[in-house]
Design a binder for this molecule. Structure first.
Ligand code: BG6
Length: 517
């Protein structure tokens, strides 16, 4: 692994200045669930990329832990293969050999308290060999039902605290989903807090690690022109869309438990809403940013179970045609009940009841098997107060829209009216477009690179705090309850269409329409 001194870290201009500069201290990342796909496809490729950019500290090591019986070499081969899948040609011999020196594997069952003495011994040995000095991050790449037991075992084994006086520290990264409703999220928070302090806990929402998501705050707060108009006086409404072409693929069993509201809305889309609506934080640090996000969640107008239909609608895809091929209905996907009542589409309408946003609707929608892969935040501005260019044009005027394209084709565009060249006063909307690719190159760091590095630095700005997660679940509570109690006629949208009719009705009742993407 290529190692560099902490002082020259984070030289990447895309990263610089965004978060607090902190040194990255040498440490061991212990991955529970190391034989799984997340480790091979996401975590190790992210770490390898960081190593290639000289962003990892000297001696940084990975200890993979899983029940699968494998020796060190087999583990390294598996990880190399995973990294190969994410890049064109796979890692070159030299860089790989140096990176692989820091990869260790231990076959152990993290549910068995008895196996933790071996984990402890392996960590001591790595500290000794690699100079990681008792600094560790535990990564729970496991099914959520395992979290409480593994956390308790870590506590009992004395692995949850470091000796501050000798510079040791311990952190834990918890993958989503964090609970499945308010009560289970509270229970999970309590279980983890019994062993770890909140400042040691890093709850992942990979959306927050996306370069374009971090750029929302830069756009708003590093430019003088946007913030003065970022409020109810000028903004008509906000639409946040995360559309996916893919169906549930081989994740039917998980989806039958989760559904789209839990999988996408409660976490990713609410995070986008928070970053769009929050007040400028007093500083760009974890507590200040998260305080402001929590305030947004707290100000979202509550509604009762009986009112849910005015605020939230759902859909499930039937069979249809997408990209020229016929695709099966959700109910015909593997491990899905033929009578499933689980939603694969949801649209919500929220109001952020504060001085800045009173009565400005925030529309959120997400769905599987939609015609296009696109995630964006579109801020639609009010029409000019008085129109000079003839009555006939007034109704034809397109509103100004600032669209933040999160992915793909990352960028920001502004739509405004221009005069069509020629005689007469004909107006046409035109688009001013910024593209990451053409301005900075296509090589954006993956969300996991950013998040892993932040955790090593002890920067929790891009991770969700316990109160934030609970507030988000609180908002979903009436919707989950209403949907659980009332059946719906599913399927109600064709694969390859833009979702169910009820979603159009939700927004059309307000005299608006979903953006055509
Ligand atoms: C995951 C969901 O959290 O996010 C998936 O479980 C979804 O269902 C994915 O496809 C979308 O992430 P991205 O980064 O591809 O937009």
């Amino acid at each position: 692994m290529t190692m560099v001194d902490a002082t020259v870290l984070k030289a990447n201009p895309l990263r610089e200045g965004l978060r607090i500069e902190r040194p990255v201290e040498s440490c061991t990342l212990v991955i529970f669930g190391a034989s799984g796909d997340l480790t091979r496809r996401k975590l190790l490729p992210a770490l390898f990329n960081l190593a290639q950019q000289n962003l990892l500290p000297h001696g940084f090591s990975v200890l993979g832990v899983a029940r699968t019986s494998m020796d060190q070499d087999q583990f390294r081969d598996r990880m190399r293969e995973g990294i190969g899948l994410s890049g064109a040609n796979g890692p070159a011999e030299g860089p790989w050999a140096s990176f692989a020196q820091g990869l260790y594997y231990l076959s152990a069952d993290p549910h068995q308290a008895g196996d933790f003495s071996r984990i402890k011994t392996a960590l001591e040995q790595i500290d000794h060999e690699r100079g990681t000095r008792g600094r560790k991050i535990f990564y729970l790449a496991l099914p959520p039902s395992s979290y409480p037991a593994v956390v308790e075992n870590l506590g009992q084994a004395g692995l949850s605290r470091g000796d501050d006086s000798s510079g040791e520290w311990v952190r834990i990264i918890v993958e989503k989903p964090f609970g499945r409703d308010l009560e289970s999220a509270r229970q999970l928070n309590r279980a983890i807090h019994r062993v770890f302090g909140e400042n040691q806990i890093y709850r992942i929402d990979h959306y927050l690690g996306k370069e374009t998501v971090q750029n929302i705050l830069v756009l708003r707060l590093a430019n003088g022109i946007f913030e003065p108009i970022w409020n109810r006086r000028y903004v008509d409404s906000v639409q946040i869309t995360a559309a996916e072409i893919l169906g549930v693929e081989n994740r039917g069993a998980y989806y039958e438990e989760a559904g789209l509201l839990r999988d996408m809305l409660q976490n990713h889309l609410l995070q986008l809403l928070c970053l769009t609506a929050m007040e400028p934080p007093v500083a760009f640090d974890a507590e200040s940013v998260r305080d402001e996000k929590v305030k947004v969640l707290r100000t979202i107008r509550p509604f009762t179970v009986g009112e849910v239909r005015h605020f939230a609608v759902r859909g499930q895809y039937g069979t249809g045609s997408l990209l020229g091929r016929q695709v099966p209905a959700y109910r015909a996907e593997p491990n899905v009940s033929p009578h499933s009542q689980i939603e694969t589409y949801a649209a919500l309408r929220f109001f952020v009841d504060n001085w800045r946003w009173a009565d400005v609707p925030f529309y959120l929608r997400s769905g599987k098997r939609l015609p296009k892969q696109v995630t964006e935040i579109a801020v639609r501005f009010k029409q000019p107060p008085h129109l000079l260019f003839g009555r006939s044009t007034a109704s034809l005027l397109d509103p100004n829209v600032l669209a933040l394209r999160i992915q793909p084709d990352e960028g920001i565009s502004l739509k405004f009216e221009a005069k069509l060249p020629g005689q007469g006063m004909l107006l046409r909307p035109v688009i001013m477009d910024f593209r990451y690719g053409s301005s900075f190159g296509d090589d954006l760091p993956s969300a996991y690179e950013t998040l892993l590095l932040d955790c090593m630095q002890g920067d929790a700005t891009l991770f969700t705090r316990s109160d934030e997660v609970e507030c988000a679940w609180g908002l979903m509570a009436p919707i989950l309850e209403a949907w659980q109690n009332e059946g719906t006629e599913f399927p109600n949208y064709e694969a390859g269409s833009w979702g169910p009719l009820v979603a159009d009705e939700l927004i059309e009742r307000d005299g608006r329409q979903w953006r055509r993407l």
